[in-house]
Design a protein around this ligand. Structure first.
Ligand code: FES
Ligand code: FES
Length: 185
């Protein structure tokens, strides 16, 4: 038998790159391969599994986190691209044991069922408020439209976000009254 045919070539060394991130107020350093997404770094290497992987294609918003206060789909950005940035995940929204007002409002408005989309919805809503672009309930719906909820918890989500923003609730649709825990027909 020909030895050179059966001997596997030496594996090429895989390059890694240093990434320094401030995540939820704490500084972290990682060595990551170039193809690691921010979402995978947060979930697999930082142990922060609050951010969810729904589609991994930028279509559902389940992975939404804040980078420098701006909401992004963390599945669509590479970790190395965010080197030096300040990241907030859903785990960083509460102030110690005190929930973020949006988290409290989500509970009070029954704004989730399975909860899979909820971390992304919450981070997205914080980003929405930082942007200062939403002045009506319809604006909230439009500007949160990148966050999909397969359970249909939208009425509660809209009610929770608009309440925290101090917007008049459902003025755009007064003939479909909203009751927490129900989906208007
Ligand atoms: S997992 Fe990132 S948008 Fe769906
Ligand atoms: S609460 Fe289940 S996907 Fe939104």
């Amino acid at each position: 038998m020909d030895d050179h045919l059966t001997t596997a070539p030496p594996a090429a060394a895989i390059s890694t790159y240093p990434v320094s991130l401030r995540i939820n107020g704490q500084q972290h350093r990682f060595e990551v391969e170039a193809w690691v997404t921010l979402l995978d770094l947060l979930r697999e290497r930082a142990g922060l599994t609050g951010s969810k992987k729904g589609c991994d294609h930028g279509q559902c918003g389940a992975c939404t986190v804040l980078v420098g206060g701006k909401r992004i789909n963390s599945c669509l950005t590479l970790a190395v691209m965010q080197n030096g940035k300040d990241i907030t995940t859903v785990e960083g929204l509460a102030d110690g044991t005190r929930l973020h007002p949006l988290q409290q409002a989500f509970i009070e408005h029954d704004a989730f069922q399975c909860g899979y989309c909820t971390p992304g919805q919450l981070c997205s809503a914080v980003g929405l408020m930082n942007e200062g672009q939403a002045g009506t309930v319809a604006d909230v719906r439009e500007l949160m439209s990148g966050n999909v909820c397969r359970c249909g918890a939208y009425p509660g989500i809209v009610a929770a976000v608009t309440e925290v923003m101090g917007l008049p609730e459902r003025k755009d649709n007064p003939d479909r009254p909203y009751l927490p825990g129900t989906v208007p027909a």
